[in-house]
Design a binder for this molecule. Structure first.
Ligand code: IVH
Length: 680
């Protein structure tokens, strides 16, 4: 490819990928497979590396992040970011309407929208390009978080159509609930602390220094308010709809209301249906539609007089805090848990609530015996939102956080900048031992389902296993007859768990079968902190064997895609520990897989000189694997079909465009089976 061709290709790819991002993240209707998308992006990134002079300002490669911001620049807002007046009552809302009526003395229309529960952001567009993204800050000035915001795919970097040259649009950055749950699960399995709720997670993400990390967070954004001299219409509603044409993610949940009764209907409908939304909301925002009328109504120092937020009442009850217990996690993190006098809340009986960490306890100033307020908002776990101090007895003392691990009595530590206290006794603290073992056998790791948390507990309590290698030393005789009484709970009777013949055989069979688990899963199962499933896969594919991985140093690791400072540091530390080295030595001897097996790969020159485009989902290969399968057999993998393509390898769900192009150019289309034949 010559220089001019490269420039053109970069241009085409930039535009095409931006459109695919919009199709996927804003319109929710992708037209190509994820695989094909990744291939296009990869091609663009490679070309941009080779020809940095052609990198375009709206390049979608910015979505992947990579830039590090040590300190965010503070910038003044062009228009102060006011907040909205809040109300929880119909009466106050009617008062608001009466004030509007009186001040305007004319007809008016409201626009009702949902109140998205995230973090607000101001986006500045200049000549159709996202120039700056600034957090609310104190309303007058905020942090410039442009690099991080560019990783959010539903925020356009370049606009389409007849947009004004300069304007500002505001919106809310949030994390959809299902993505938040999956993200937290991934964090837990990588030994990280889960976030308390999507809102905190979104706001924490925006302030991260490494934009590549931000890119991995499932952030989304809705836009809901435009500001500018030359907006196309004289009212909020029409401009919002117009902004959608420019590529913005304007939420569909909005309605024009002629009077306050229609507003109340909108509120009632969403109060009832909010549980079905895929994201969290905490109310409804009501805005006067007409700009002239907004101007006439003006603003107080804090908030505009033309808008108000109606907040839904979160269901709240009060109950007694009986005690605060402390749980020790797999990584040694200590989580305080409130034991409550059981109370009915939003259809369930609540007995416990997480108190998260020492700072939260301190800020709430909760004390044992207090009457506390418990709420269940959109959040999954109920939370304590306050203390009824009027009911507090005089003699209670401020709660002091424990200093020793409740399980092994080791003095706790708290690293700078971390919210949690930790028990540093990772080798001998029972919940940490059990946590590591439970992680090892879990579904996405070694998948030994004949062992579960309860059985692991029995094995550890009976002194049969301390580490994951010990599991493979278990014998029939040692296991038979082991038992444990599971304590009776209110809803369940006392249960005795004992190992009978069938259980024991299943456990031993399960362990034997686990020897077939591929290397990437074994690596994940080892429980190296911050090495989740994705990173384990990356490392396995990159280094191919545990020996290679054990040998690398921090600097080399840091260069691997997906591996940041924290992960690199954790991997190096893990392999420095003699106990870990000994466990791996034993596991190797037992026969666990510690290298990548590519049965399908037959190193040859059977594809020499052939350019192959693989597209669609393949049964036997991941994206990385098919590329290397082509390469090790002498071929050249490519991402788009052109005159130079020799074969199109068509997987499941291959995009129609690629097929059509191949047919047009008379390029042979082969199946995965045919490909396997070719390299056999
Ligand atoms: S309009 C001047 N619309 O609620 C009016 N705000 O306290 C600008 N919010 O800071 C805000 N959903 O973060 C508006 N549909 C919506 C909103 C919304 C959520 C947030 C926003 C703002 C806060 C108001």
């Amino acid at each position: 490819m010559d220089k001019e061709q490269a420039r053109k290709r970069i241009e085409v790819l930039t535009q095409e990928i931006n459109q695919h991002n919009h199709n996927y993240y804003v319109l929710s209707s992708p037209v190509i497979s994820d695989y094909d998308f990744d291939m296009l992006l990869e091609e663009l990134i490679l070309l941009e590396k080779e020809y940095p002079e052609f990198l375009l300002p709206d390049s979608p490669s910015q979505r992947v992040g990579g830039e590090i911001t040590k300190e965010f620049n503070q910038v003044n807002h062009a228009n102060p970011m006011l907040s909205l007046a809040n109300t929880y009552s119909e009466e106050e809302l009617r008062d608001f309407d009466k004030r509007v009526q009186k001040l305007l003395n004319d007809d008016y229309t409201y626009v009702c929208e949902l109140k998205y529960d995230g973090v607000s952001i101001s986006l500045i567009y200049e000549n159709g390009l996202l120039a700056r993204a600034v957090t609310r800050g104190d309303g007058v000035k905020g942090d410039d978080v442009t690099t991080n915001v560019k990783t959010i795919r539903s925020i356009p970097i370049r606009l389409k159509g007849d947009y004004p040259q300069n304007f500002e649009i505001r919106g809310e950055i949030f994390i959809p609930i299902d993505k938040f749950k999956a993200f937290n699960e991934e964090r837990i399995s990588a030994g990280e602390e889960p976030f308390a709720n999507p809102r905190n997670s979104a706001s924490g993400s925006l302030k991260m220094q490494d934009s590549a990390e931000v890119a991995k967070r499932p952030l989304d954004c809705f836009q809901y308010y435009l500001l500018g001299e030359k907006l196309p219409y004289d009212n909020h509603y029409d401009n919002l709809l117009k902004a959608k044409e420019w590529g913005f993610n304007i939420p569909p949940y909005l309605a024009k209301c002629k009077n306050i009764n229609e507003v109340l209907e909108f509120i009632a409908e969403w109060d009832k249906n909010k549980e079905h939304l895929p994201f969290e909301i905490d109310g409804v925002v009501i805005k006067v539609n007409d700009y002239q009328q907004q101007h006439d109504l003006g603003a107080t120092a804090k908030s505009p007089r033309w808008a108000i937020a109606y907040k839904f009442k979160a269901e709240r009850v009060s109950t007694r805090l009986n005690s605060i217990a402390f749980q020790v996690g797999r990584t040694g993190a200590i989580t305080p848990v409130a034991n409550l006098e059981p109370v009915q809340l939003a259809g369930t009986i609540v007995k416990r609530a997480s108190l998260h960490n020492a700072d939260i306890i301190k800020n709430l100033d909760v004390r044992t015996g207090d009457i506390v307020f418990v709420e269940k908002g959109g959040e999954i776990i109920p939370k304590i939102v306050g203390v009824d101090k009027t009911q507090r007895k005089d003699e209670t003392k401020e709660f002091s956080f424990i200093e020793k691990c409740p399980e092994c009595q080791t003095t706790l530590i708290r690293k700078e900048g971390e919210a949690h206290h930790y028990c540093p006794n990772d080798k001998n603290c029972p919940p940490q031992i059990k946590g590591r073992l439970t992680h090892f056998i879990s579904r996405n790791a070694m998948n030994i389902d004949s062992l579960g948390e309860g059985k692991i507990e029995i094995l550890v309590d009976n002194g049969l296993v301390y580490n994951v290698a010990d599991l493979y030393d278990l014998t029939y005789d040692r296991l038979l007859g082991l038992e444990k009484i599971i304590e009776a709970t209110e809803d369940k009777k006392e249960k005795k768990l004992s190992f009978k013949e069938k259980t024991v055989t299943n456990i031993l069979d399960g362990l034997k079968e686990s020897l077939n688990t591929p290397f990437e899963k074994v690596l994940f199962a080892l429980g190296i902190r911050f090495v989740g499933q994705t990173v384990a896969k990356k490392l396995a594919n990159h280094y191919k064997s545990i020996e290679n991985l054990q040998r690398v140093n921090f600097d080399e690791l840091f260069l691997v895609d997906e591996v940041g400072e924290r992960i690199a540091d954790s991997v190096v530390t893990f392999f420095k520990d003699p106990l870990n080295i000994e466990i791996i030595r034993r596991l190797k001897q037992i026969g666990l897989k510690f290298k990548v097996e590519n049965e399908n790969l037959n190193i040859s020159d059977k594809l020499a000189g052939k350019t192959i485009v693989a597209s669609g989902r393949l049964e036997n290969f991941s994206r990385e694997e098919i590329k290397s399968a082509i390469e090790v057999n002498g071929g050249k993998p490519a991402s788009s079909v052109s005159g130079k393509t020799d074969f199109l390898l068509a997987g499941e769900n291959i995009g129609p465009n690629k097929l059509a192009k191949a047919k047009e150019l008379n390029i042979p289309i082969i199946s995965e089976k045919e490909f396997l034949e070719m390299i056999k």
